[in-house]
Design a protein around this ligand. Structure first.
Ligand SMILES: [Zn+2]
Length: 192
C-alpha cells in the first residue's frame, strides 16, 4: 500500500508528515512546507503548471498523476484530481460551489486519541485525506496562512509565516519584484 501517511525527516531535521509522493510538488518552488498535514494540501495545489517557470502540470493526465502519487491513476482520475485542486483553491479564496460530501473515518487509538482516517481507494482516498487535512488546519487555525501567490502568472501555494499573516508573494525577490517593477513602470508612464 503506497498511500500511507509517512513520516519523513528532511535535511533540516524537520519532521514532515505527508502522503507518499515521488517528489514534493512544493519543492519545485523551493518553498518551505506548511506544518503537519497541511503540506499535503499545499502539495496538491503546487501540482499546477506554472508556465513562466517552465513547470508542467503534475496531474495533466493519468501518467503524470501516477508518477506524482506513486499509484496507478487513469486519465479520468487525473480529471477528478484537477477538480479537487480547483475546489481547494476555491476554498482558499473563500468561494466554494456545492460539492459532494467526502467520507472519512474516526479511529480511536488505544490511548484514547481520536484521529481522522481517510477512507476509500484511489482518488476517493486522496480527496478524503485532503479534506481531512483542511479540517484539521481550520481547527488549528493554520488554514488562513496557506495562500496562493498574488502574482497571477504564478499562483503557487505557500505557507505565510509572517507575524501578522500579511504575506502575498511566494517569494518577494521574484514574484514580489515583478509586481514592484510593474507598479514603478506604471508610475513612470503616468509622469511622462
Ligand atoms: Zn509567486
Amino acid at each position: 500500500m503506497l498511500l500511507t501517511m509517512s513520516v519523513l525527516v528532511d535535511q533540516n531535521d524537520i519532521v514532515k508528515y505527508c502522503s507518499h509522493m515521488s517528489q514534493s510538488p512544493t519543492e519545485r518552488f523551493h518553498l518551505a512546507p506548511a506544518p503537519d498535514g497541511l503540506q499535503v494540501v499545499q502539495n496538491l495545489l503546487n501540482t499546477r503548471a506554472i508556465d513562466v517557470y517552465g513547470l508542467p502540470d503534475l496531474i495533466a493526465d493519468g501518467e503524470a498523476a501516477s508518477r506524482t502519487w506513486e499509484m496507478p491513476l487513469s486519465d479520468d482520475d487525473a480529471v477528478t484530481l484537477r477538480t479537487l485542486r480547483s475546489d481547494v483553491e476555491a476554498a482558499i479564496a473563500g468561494d466554494v460551489a456545492a460539492r459532494p460530501a467526502v467520507r472519512v473515518e474516526l479511529v480511536t487509538d488505544i490511548d484514547g486519541t481520536v484521529r481522522l482516517s481517510p477512507t476509500g481507494t484511489g482518488t476517493d482516498w486522496i480527496a478524503s485525506e485532503i479534506w481531512s487535512e483542511v479540517l484539521l488546519a481550520q481547527k488549528a487555525d493554520t488554514w488562513r496562512r496557506l495562500k496562493r501567490c498574488k502574482n497571477e502568472v504564478c499562483g503557487s501555494a505557500f505557507y505565510d509565516r509572517s507575524r501578522n499573516n500579511s504575506g502575498v508573494w511566494h517569494d518577494v525577490k521574484t514574484c514580489g519584484n515583478v509586481a514592484n517593477l510593474r507598479a514603478s513602470r506604471a508610475r513612470k508612464k503616468e509622469r511622462n
